[in-house]
Write a protein that binds this ligand. Structure first.
Ligand SMILES: Cc1ncc(C[n+]2csc(CCOP(=O)(O)OP(=O)(O)O)c2C)c(N)n1
Ligand SMILES: [Mg+2]
Length: 324
């Protein structure tokens, strides 16, 4: 990998980390963000490394922990932050909020709150591309908990029966909503569930951006060649609670520290860059630029208007009375 690419990966991961830390403050200390807020801190290498392996036109679809994917597809900190604050300048006009980021231009389809349901939409995106005869691929992200849901099983089965161009990316962060995999899933290796549907799969170190990128590139290339669905189980860890207000009492003591101290994806890439001769000052300059970018995004969002009241009923189906 050339130096500029690696610095860009570093920049993207630091942006997600700082963006999420600032969002946490805006929610808990300042009351500027309301509703749900599922933070992606710790999992940055998965979105950045896998989305770096896609080409324009490939589809991205994910669940409610979606700010990292939104930034990795190239949405600006301004657009994403304004969306979190429900402002008209947000990526979907302030109507979606944290769980429903989306962008047609970037073939990024969200952002879904119903666990596992969007996996079937990902299969639909892949079916459409196969039907059109294009070589586009769908990257479909979901958590370990989502693999216990019916949609997951129906979707994998259909994708395999129809040989669809979809990479299923399971972000295995060890927990669903306060429940460990061991307590909720009959099999503890998510990749085994893919094997049941004849889908080739691999467990990948999701804290190592190089491993994520390489595995994603191979899986995407296989899809493009018509080899059908692929499955990647990214072994990762979320540092914060499931959502705001989760004090993570279900985690064994010391587990978080161990992941953070030994496996942090940003620290790992940073160490690699320093070893390769990148000057520390260059990384510090990136860190400072990101701080500024996030501060500006907060200011931009604070100064943005709420959606106009007379647009309240835009983008929804008309009521029966209006339709008549
Ligand atoms: C159908 C459905 N059931 C339950 C919930 C409540 N819920 C929200 S997130 C979640 C856990 C999902 O865990 P996982 O798929 O591992 O994703 P993670 O939060 O770890 O990223 C649950 C049970 C929901 N949103 N939808
Ligand atoms: Mg999980």
């Amino acid at each position: 990998m050339d130096k500029d690419t690696l610095l860009d990966w570093y920049r993207q991961m630091v942006l997600i980390r700082r963006f999420e830390e600032r969002s946490d403050e805006l929610y808990q200390l300042e009351g500027k963000i309301k509703g749900f807020l599922h933070l992606y801190i710790g999992q940055e290498a998965v979105a950045v490394g896998s989305i770096a392996a896609r080409k324009a036109g490939d589809h991205i679809i994910t669940a409610y922990r979606d700010h990292g994917h939104a930034l990795a597809v190239g949405l600006t900190a301004n657009e994403v932050m304004a969306e979190l604050m429900g402002k008209a300048t947000g990526v979907v006009g302030g109507r979606g909020g944290s769980m429903h980021m989306a962008s047609k231009e970037r073939t990024f389809w969200g952002g879904y709150g119903i666990v596992g349901a969007h996996i079937s939409l990902g299969v639909g995106l892949a079916l459409a591309e196969k039907y059109k005869g294009s070589d586009a691929v769908c990257l479909c992200y979901f958590g370990d908990g989502a693999t216990n849901i019916g949609y997951f099983h129906e979707s994998l089965n259909m994708a395999a029966v129809w040989d669809l161009p979809i990479v299923f990316i399971c972000e295995n962060n060890k927990y669903g909503m306060g429940t460990s995999i061991e307590r909720a899933s009959a099999t503890h290796k998510m990749v085994d569930k893919a094997k049941a549907y004849n889908i080739p799969g691999k467990q990948i170190d999701g804290m190592d951006i190089f491993a994520v990128y390489e595995a994603s590139q191979k899986a995407i290339a296989a899809c493009r060649k018509g080899k059908g669905p692929q499955f990647l189980e990214m072994m990762t860890y979320r540092y914060q609670g499931h959502s705001i207000g989760d004090r993570t009492r279900y985690r064994p003591e010391g587990e978080l520290d161990k992941w953070r101290d030994e496996k942090d994806p940003i620290a790992t890439l940073q160490a690699h860059l320093l070893k390769e001769g990148v000057a520390e000052a260059e990384l510090v300059a990136i860190d400072q630029a990101i701080m500024k970018e996030v501060d500006e995004a907060v200011e931009f969002s604070n100064n943005s208007p709420l959606p106009a009241q007379d647009t309240l009923f835009n983008h929804i189906y008309p009521t029966t009375a209006e339709a008549n």
